[in-house]
Design a binder for this molecule. Structure first.
Ligand code: DGP
Length: 113
């Protein structure tokens, strides 16, 4: 199977401004930021959508949440940030490799559009 765009960033085949990496995940700045802090956190394990995760992925998903919080803090926005997972095209997902959007650095309205 061909690599997803995000696997290519993880593997340094295409450029990405990486802000964090560990054995389970990689984080890099969104190419089209919707906020002063807009980082994408992706698991190294390719998984198209959150709804494709299984019980086997429980620890990985927990790791992503904790890592997202740490990244927000490292970026100076640990007290006010938003995590977004778009699941499926109708929910706005355009890259089918699970990713958490980490947004912050400006007031964020609710609900999102
Ligand atoms: P989503 O719509 O939830 O699947 O989010 C995909 C995000 O990926 C979107 O906010 C824009 C971002 N993106 C698309 N192509 C690239 C790229 O080549 N590099 C980076 N850093 N981000 C990208």
């Amino acid at each position: 199977m061909s690599k997803t765009l995000f696997e290519k960033i993880i593997d340094r085949e295409i450029p990405g401004e990486i802000v964090h990496e560990d054995t389970h995940c990689v984080a890099f700045r969104d190419i089209n930021p919707g906020a002063p802090m807009h980082i994408l956190l992706v698991p190294r394990k390719p998984m198209p959508r959150l709804c494709d995760a299984t019980a086997e992925d429980q620890a990985l998903l927990g790791h992503l949440m904790l890592t997202a919080s740490k990244i927000a803090a490292d970026q100076g926005h640990g007290e006010a940030f938003r995590l977004v997972v778009n699941n499926g095209a109708a929910a706005g997902q355009s890259v089918f490799h699970l990713h958490l959007h980490i947004l912050g650095g400006r007031p964020l309205k609710w609900p999102p559009g």
